[in-house]
Design a protein around this ligand. Structure first.
Ligand code: FAD
Ligand code: NAI
Length: 466
């Protein structure tokens, strides 16, 4: 065999798997259909969305918050094309970084569309039409996901768009209609609301980010409403039409009433689907269900013993850090090690302002599982650090087992929640009790004091500052 391992797809799952395989001494190749490395996350996902979130946040703060800090500016203007250009530069820097890592680890990069010829052979069809066949003892499928679009949504990439186009718009929408108030809707809706677009959400469920703890969605909605956004919850979209300069969305609410909304752009963000198109999985008999590659829970091996799958293309949260953990796991399984992923402790983060971050079980999940729990909550407005910065919206909620005090879930909405959640992940990985955190010194003044205070509240209601 030419290679010990061939990885198909260079997203955070694929490129991390390739690096770990190389570190473990495997001769490794990675196949990527686009001429750039990094997958959805780097090119049209995590990184570009955060670049635009940061730019739009600077603009919003300059307009709305600088004055209260005693900073006077002239008229502040948002230049979307400059923001999009900067975002491109950020992505390019990170593309270069992955190229460097591939060279450093001696991973062979093959640009072209990969498909199976047999269980050890991958055909790479290059952009110029030429083909190469490479052989590997083991193959890792890391082909990621694509946005879900329903036929009646009439996706046209111009006015009816997905996140991919929303990251590179040429003009600021006057009125952006966002279908789905999940993670993408909340983040990209925030970007345009901060820049001055009118934003209207149409959501099937009865709250924003409905899969997270209910209290987070409610609090987030209050903050997004302050940006001027409007919401239609429990509303099902039935048709989206491009009328030239306008987009019309037709929907039906819970009462059975027709809802019609007209805007100039419509962002469809109703979830993503695993992507295995034209991979020719049938040729090797790799089992799938609704496009998702079926894998063994512990080893991520498919039903074909030398083929593994990781990331968005398999079950579980569609998150970059989950894909990365799985990439490392498969490499270590191939090296004969016994790695393990605790899926309960993969954190979920929404990069709005305030940020939302959670790990472990929600209250609804604990109730459904019949687990007796206690809850402690602490608001950001009672924190010295938050008062100093002016970021007083939000709270930390800690859920702990009623009898053992083990922390079962931590749910945060507030400034820097995305970074704060790591404290909860580590604590839970070591099966800490709320008392353990309550008795650990937290630097003052920091936002993380809210976690300590929520733990104090969860253990005998003894929060000091509330
Ligand atoms: P992908 O990143 O999708 O990579 C798959 C790669 O495989 C692609 O490069 C694709 O071109 C390639 N490929 C597919 N088929 C073939 C083939 N046959 N031959 C060769 N190459 C192929 N997650 C977070 O954790 N944090 C965030 O902040 C975050 N923000 C996001 C924002 C947006 C707008 C979006 C859309 C997603 C975001 N995500 C975020 C999700 C994250 O991007 C995905 O979970 C992650 O990229 C999955 O990694 P992956 O390696 O499984 O697949
Ligand atoms: P999502 O699953 O987060 O949200 C989709 C929303 O659309 C849900 O609230 C759902 O109820 C609603 N919906 C579904 N069908 C609908 C319909 N017909 N009409 C109206 N509403 C409908 O999916 P989203 O936002 O598209 O993101 C896709 C994936 O990308 C997520 O699973 C997430 O894991 C990942 N992602 C992660 C980010 C992060 O970690 N910060 C950022 C962006 C995306």
């Amino acid at each position: 065999m030419q290679y010990d391992v061939i990885v198909i797809g260079s997203g955070p799952g694929g490129y991390v798997a390739a690096i770990r395989c190389a570190q473990l001494g495997f001769k490794t190749a990675i196949v990527e259909k686009y001429p750039v490395m990094g997958g959805t996350c780097l090119n049209v996902g995590c990184i570009p969305s955060k670049a635009l979130l940061d730019s739009s946040e600077h603009f919003y703060n300059a307009v709305h918050h600088f004055e209260e800090h005693g900073i006077t500016t002239g008229k502040v203007k948002a230049d979307l094309s400059k923001m999009v250009e900067r975002k491109g530069g950020v992505v390019k820097k990170m593309n270069d970084g992955i190229n460097f890592l591939m060279k450093k680890n001696k991973v062979d990069v093959k640009y072209g569309f990969g498909s199976f010829l047999d269980k050890n052979t991958v055909k790479v069809k290059k952009e110029d039409g030429s083909e190469e066949q490479i052989q590997g003892k083991n193959i890792i499928i890391a082909t990621g996901s694509k946005p879900t679009i329903l036929p009646f949504m009439n996706y046209d990439k111009t006015r009816i768009i997905t996140s991919t186009e929303a990251l590179s718009l040429k003009e600021l929408p006057k009125h952006l209609i966002v279908i789905g108030a999940g993670v993408i809707g909340a983040e990209l809706g925030s970007v345009y609301a901060r820049l001055g677009s009118k934003v209207t959400f149409v959501e099937f469920a009865d709250s924003m980010i409905p899969t997270m703890d209910k209290a987070l969605g409610k609090e987030l909605q209050k903050s997004i409403k302050k940006l001027g956004a409007e919401f239609h919850f429990s509303t099902k979209v039935t048709l989206i039409e491009n009328l030239g300069k306008e987009v019309k969305v037709t929907a039906e609410n819970k009462a059975g009433e027709k809802v019609e909304i007209t805007g100039d752009y419509c962002l469809v963000s109703i979830g993503r689907r695993p992507y295995t198109d034209n991979l020719n999985l049938e040729a090797v008999g790799v089992a799938t269900e609704k496009g998702r590659v079926l894998v063994d829970e512990h080893t991520l091996q498919t039903n074909v013993p030398n083929i593994y799958a990781i990331g968005d293309v398999v079950r579980g949260a569609m998150l970059a850090h989950k894909a990365e953990e799985e990439g490392v796991l498969v490499a270590e399984v191939l090296a004969g090690q016994k790695p393990h992923i605790n899926y309960n402790l993969i954190p979920g983060v929404v990069y709005t302002w305030p940020e939302v971050a959670a790990v472990g079980k929600t209250e609804d999940e604990l109730k459904a599982a019949g687990i007796a729990y206690k809850s402690g909550q602490f608001p950001f407005k009672a924190l010295g650090r938050a008062t100093a910065s002016g970021d007083v919206d939000g709270f930390v909620k800690v859920l702990a087992d009623k009898s053992s005090d083990e922390i079962l879930g931590v749910h945060i909405i507030g400034a820097r929640a995305a970074d704060m959640i790591s404290e909860a992940v580590i604590a839970m990985e070591f099966r800490a009790s709320a008392e353990d955190i309550a008795r650990s010194s937290h630097a003052h003044p920091t936002y993380t004091e809210a976690i300590k205070e929520a733990c104090l509240a969860a253990t005998e209601n003894r929060s000091i500052h509330m």
